[in-house]
Ligand binder design. Structure first.
Ligand SMILES: Cc1cc2nc3c(=O)[nH]c(=O)nc-3n(C[C@H](O)[C@H](O)[C@H](O)COP(=O)(O)O)c2cc1C
Length: 210
Protein backbone atom coordinates (compact mmCIF):
# COMPACT_ATOMS: atom_id res chain seq x y z
CA UNK A 1 0.00 0.00 0.00
CA UNK A 2 1.16 3.47 -0.80
CA UNK A 3 0.33 6.92 0.61
CA UNK A 4 1.02 9.91 -1.60
CA UNK A 5 1.91 13.20 0.09
CA UNK A 6 1.20 16.28 -2.00
CA UNK A 7 2.58 19.69 -1.05
CA UNK A 8 0.77 22.68 -2.53
CA UNK A 9 3.28 25.32 -1.43
CA UNK A 10 6.28 26.24 -3.53
CA UNK A 11 8.30 26.62 -0.30
CA UNK A 12 9.88 23.18 -0.10
CA UNK A 13 11.06 23.83 3.45
CA UNK A 14 7.89 25.68 4.40
CA UNK A 15 5.16 24.86 6.88
CA UNK A 16 2.90 22.81 4.61
CA UNK A 17 5.86 20.69 3.55
CA UNK A 18 6.95 20.10 7.16
CA UNK A 19 3.45 19.05 8.24
CA UNK A 20 2.75 16.80 5.25
CA UNK A 21 6.10 15.10 5.90
CA UNK A 22 5.27 14.70 9.59
CA UNK A 23 2.02 12.98 8.63
CA UNK A 24 3.81 10.67 6.18
CA UNK A 25 6.43 9.82 8.83
CA UNK A 26 3.65 8.87 11.29
CA UNK A 27 2.04 6.70 8.60
CA UNK A 28 5.31 4.78 8.07
CA UNK A 29 5.97 4.43 11.80
CA UNK A 30 2.44 3.22 12.55
CA UNK A 31 2.13 0.79 9.65
CA UNK A 32 5.52 -0.39 8.40
CA UNK A 33 4.03 -2.12 5.37
CA UNK A 34 2.89 1.20 3.91
CA UNK A 35 5.21 3.09 1.54
CA UNK A 36 5.03 6.84 1.20
CA UNK A 37 6.01 9.20 -1.59
CA UNK A 38 6.26 12.98 -1.41
CA UNK A 39 5.36 15.25 -4.31
CA UNK A 40 5.97 18.99 -4.50
CA UNK A 41 3.48 20.35 -7.02
CA UNK A 42 5.91 23.20 -7.68
CA UNK A 43 8.20 20.69 -9.43
CA UNK A 44 5.46 19.93 -11.98
CA UNK A 45 4.01 21.99 -14.77
CA UNK A 46 0.27 21.43 -14.32
CA UNK A 47 -2.30 23.33 -16.39
CA UNK A 48 -5.78 24.04 -15.13
CA UNK A 49 -8.58 21.86 -16.54
CA UNK A 50 -9.61 22.88 -20.07
CA UNK A 51 -13.18 21.63 -19.57
CA UNK A 52 -12.91 19.87 -22.95
CA UNK A 53 -14.54 16.64 -21.67
CA UNK A 54 -11.79 14.78 -23.54
CA UNK A 55 -11.65 12.39 -20.56
CA UNK A 56 -15.31 11.44 -20.85
CA UNK A 57 -14.99 7.97 -22.37
CA UNK A 58 -11.51 6.90 -21.29
CA UNK A 59 -11.27 8.46 -17.78
CA UNK A 60 -7.91 9.81 -18.98
CA UNK A 61 -7.00 13.47 -19.38
CA UNK A 62 -5.80 14.43 -22.84
CA UNK A 63 -3.68 17.44 -21.78
CA UNK A 64 -0.03 16.58 -22.31
CA UNK A 65 1.72 18.12 -19.32
CA UNK A 66 3.35 16.96 -16.09
CA UNK A 67 0.03 15.83 -14.60
CA UNK A 68 0.49 12.75 -16.80
CA UNK A 69 3.43 11.81 -14.53
CA UNK A 70 1.18 12.03 -11.46
CA UNK A 71 -1.82 10.02 -12.72
CA UNK A 72 -0.09 6.62 -12.26
CA UNK A 73 0.98 7.61 -8.73
CA UNK A 74 -2.55 8.70 -7.86
CA UNK A 75 -4.00 5.46 -9.21
CA UNK A 76 -1.55 3.20 -7.38
CA UNK A 77 -1.92 5.01 -4.03
CA UNK A 78 -4.46 3.92 -1.44
CA UNK A 79 -4.44 7.33 0.19
CA UNK A 80 -3.45 10.95 -0.30
CA UNK A 81 -2.16 13.51 2.21
CA UNK A 82 -3.00 16.83 0.60
CA UNK A 83 -1.50 19.99 2.08
CA UNK A 84 -2.12 23.60 1.14
CA UNK A 85 -1.14 26.96 2.56
CA UNK A 86 -3.97 29.46 2.79
CA UNK A 87 -3.67 31.94 -0.03
CA UNK A 88 -6.35 34.62 0.20
CA UNK A 89 -8.73 32.48 2.28
CA UNK A 90 -8.40 29.56 -0.12
CA UNK A 91 -6.11 26.82 -1.44
CA UNK A 92 -3.01 27.65 -3.48
CA UNK A 93 -3.44 27.72 -7.25
CA UNK A 94 -1.15 24.66 -7.51
CA UNK A 95 -3.57 22.60 -5.39
CA UNK A 96 -6.54 24.00 -7.32
CA UNK A 97 -5.01 22.99 -10.67
CA UNK A 98 -4.13 19.56 -9.29
CA UNK A 99 -7.69 18.95 -8.08
CA UNK A 100 -9.24 20.24 -11.30
CA UNK A 101 -7.06 17.87 -13.27
CA UNK A 102 -8.47 14.93 -11.30
CA UNK A 103 -11.80 15.61 -13.06
CA UNK A 104 -11.02 12.72 -15.39
CA UNK A 105 -11.73 10.41 -12.43
CA UNK A 106 -15.35 11.64 -12.23
CA UNK A 107 -17.87 9.72 -14.34
CA UNK A 108 -21.36 11.03 -15.12
CA UNK A 109 -24.44 9.21 -16.36
CA UNK A 110 -24.95 9.95 -20.09
CA UNK A 111 -28.55 11.13 -19.64
CA UNK A 112 -28.59 12.49 -16.11
CA UNK A 113 -25.61 14.49 -14.86
CA UNK A 114 -27.01 14.46 -11.33
CA UNK A 115 -25.93 10.79 -11.32
CA UNK A 116 -22.18 10.46 -11.02
CA UNK A 117 -19.47 8.39 -9.43
CA UNK A 118 -15.71 8.59 -9.10
CA UNK A 119 -13.41 5.93 -10.51
CA UNK A 120 -11.96 5.56 -6.99
CA UNK A 121 -15.43 4.89 -5.58
CA UNK A 122 -16.06 2.23 -8.23
CA UNK A 123 -12.71 0.63 -7.27
CA UNK A 124 -13.66 0.39 -3.58
CA UNK A 125 -12.80 3.83 -2.19
CA UNK A 126 -9.65 5.48 -0.92
CA UNK A 127 -8.61 7.64 2.05
CA UNK A 128 -7.19 11.10 2.60
CA UNK A 129 -5.90 13.61 5.09
CA UNK A 130 -6.23 17.34 4.34
CA UNK A 131 -3.77 19.78 5.90
CA UNK A 132 -4.42 23.52 5.80
CA UNK A 133 -1.91 26.07 7.09
CA UNK A 134 -2.40 29.79 7.62
CA UNK A 135 -0.73 32.77 9.22
CA UNK A 136 -3.51 34.42 11.21
CA UNK A 137 -4.72 33.33 14.66
CA UNK A 138 -8.43 33.45 13.80
CA UNK A 139 -9.82 30.44 11.91
CA UNK A 140 -12.02 32.72 9.83
CA UNK A 141 -8.85 33.97 8.12
CA UNK A 142 -8.18 30.43 6.91
CA UNK A 143 -11.36 30.91 4.88
CA UNK A 144 -12.28 27.93 2.68
CA UNK A 145 -8.83 26.30 2.57
CA UNK A 146 -9.77 23.05 4.30
CA UNK A 147 -13.17 22.69 2.63
CA UNK A 148 -11.70 23.50 -0.78
CA UNK A 149 -9.65 20.31 -0.37
CA UNK A 150 -12.08 18.02 1.50
CA UNK A 151 -15.05 18.57 -0.80
CA UNK A 152 -13.25 17.66 -4.04
CA UNK A 153 -11.42 14.79 -2.29
CA UNK A 154 -14.76 13.35 -1.14
CA UNK A 155 -16.24 13.79 -4.61
CA UNK A 156 -13.20 11.93 -5.95
CA UNK A 157 -13.92 8.93 -3.72
CA UNK A 158 -11.53 9.66 -0.85
CA UNK A 159 -12.89 9.42 2.69
CA UNK A 160 -11.16 12.24 4.55
CA UNK A 161 -10.20 10.61 7.86
CA UNK A 162 -8.74 13.78 9.34
CA UNK A 163 -8.62 17.48 8.50
CA UNK A 164 -5.71 19.29 10.11
CA UNK A 165 -6.09 23.06 10.41
CA UNK A 166 -3.00 24.86 11.66
CA UNK A 167 -3.12 28.58 12.43
CA UNK A 168 -0.36 31.06 13.28
CA UNK A 169 2.40 29.78 11.02
CA UNK A 170 4.10 32.31 8.82
CA UNK A 171 7.88 32.02 8.55
CA UNK A 172 9.44 29.25 6.51
CA UNK A 173 10.54 26.93 9.33
CA UNK A 174 7.97 27.74 12.00
CA UNK A 175 6.07 24.44 11.79
CA UNK A 176 9.12 22.40 12.77
CA UNK A 177 9.25 24.27 16.10
CA UNK A 178 5.52 24.10 16.82
CA UNK A 179 4.93 20.95 18.88
CA UNK A 180 1.14 21.31 18.79
CA UNK A 181 1.08 21.52 14.99
CA UNK A 182 3.49 18.59 14.65
CA UNK A 183 1.36 16.53 17.05
CA UNK A 184 -1.82 17.22 15.05
CA UNK A 185 -0.07 16.20 11.82
CA UNK A 186 1.32 13.07 13.49
CA UNK A 187 -2.09 12.06 14.87
CA UNK A 188 -3.59 12.40 11.39
CA UNK A 189 -0.89 10.10 9.99
CA UNK A 190 -1.49 7.53 12.71
CA UNK A 191 -5.23 7.58 12.04
CA UNK A 192 -4.69 7.19 8.32
CA UNK A 193 -2.30 4.26 8.81
CA UNK A 194 -4.71 2.53 11.21
CA UNK A 195 -7.53 3.04 8.71
CA UNK A 196 -5.48 1.41 5.95
CA UNK A 197 -4.60 -1.47 8.28
CA UNK A 198 -8.25 -1.99 9.19
CA UNK A 199 -9.21 -1.99 5.52
CA UNK A 200 -6.60 -4.68 4.83
CA UNK A 201 -7.80 -6.77 7.78
CA UNK A 202 -11.40 -6.59 6.54
CA UNK A 203 -10.37 -7.54 2.99
CA UNK A 204 -8.49 -10.60 4.32
CA UNK A 205 -11.37 -11.56 6.61
CA UNK A 206 -13.86 -11.30 3.77
CA UNK A 207 -11.71 -13.70 1.73
CA UNK A 208 -11.77 -16.29 4.53
CA UNK A 209 -15.56 -15.95 4.81
CA UNK A 210 -16.18 -16.62 1.12
C1 LIG B 1 -0.27 34.98 -1.56
C2 LIG B 1 -0.46 34.70 -0.08
C3 LIG B 1 -1.72 34.82 0.46
C4 LIG B 1 -1.93 34.52 1.80
N1 LIG B 1 -3.20 34.59 2.31
C5 LIG B 1 -3.41 34.28 3.62
C6 LIG B 1 -4.75 34.34 4.17
O1 LIG B 1 -5.72 34.64 3.49
N2 LIG B 1 -4.90 34.05 5.49
C7 LIG B 1 -3.83 33.72 6.32
O2 LIG B 1 -4.02 33.50 7.50
N3 LIG B 1 -2.58 33.59 5.78
C8 LIG B 1 -2.34 33.87 4.47
N4 LIG B 1 -1.07 33.77 3.94
C9 LIG B 1 0.04 33.26 4.80
C10 LIG B 1 0.37 31.78 4.54
O3 LIG B 1 -0.78 30.98 4.55
C11 LIG B 1 1.34 31.27 5.62
O4 LIG B 1 2.53 32.04 5.58
C12 LIG B 1 1.68 29.81 5.50
O5 LIG B 1 2.41 29.41 6.64
C13 LIG B 1 2.51 29.52 4.26
O6 LIG B 1 2.72 28.13 4.16
P1 LIG B 1 4.08 27.53 3.55
O7 LIG B 1 5.19 27.82 4.56
O8 LIG B 1 3.81 26.09 3.41
O9 LIG B 1 4.32 28.20 2.24
C14 LIG B 1 -0.83 34.11 2.62
C15 LIG B 1 0.45 34.03 2.05
C16 LIG B 1 0.64 34.34 0.72
C17 LIG B 1 2.03 34.24 0.14
Amino acid sequence: MKVLGIVGSKRKKGNTSTLVQETLKAVRETETEVDTELIFLGDYDINSCHGCEGCKDTFKCIIKDDMQKLYPLILESSAIVLGSPTYFYNISSDIKAFLERCYNFEVFDDDDRSVWMSVNEAMGGKYAVAIAVCEQDDEKDMGFTAEAMTKPLEALGYRVVDTVKILELFKMNEASKNDKALEQAKKAGEKLAKTLKLRKQIELKLKTLQ
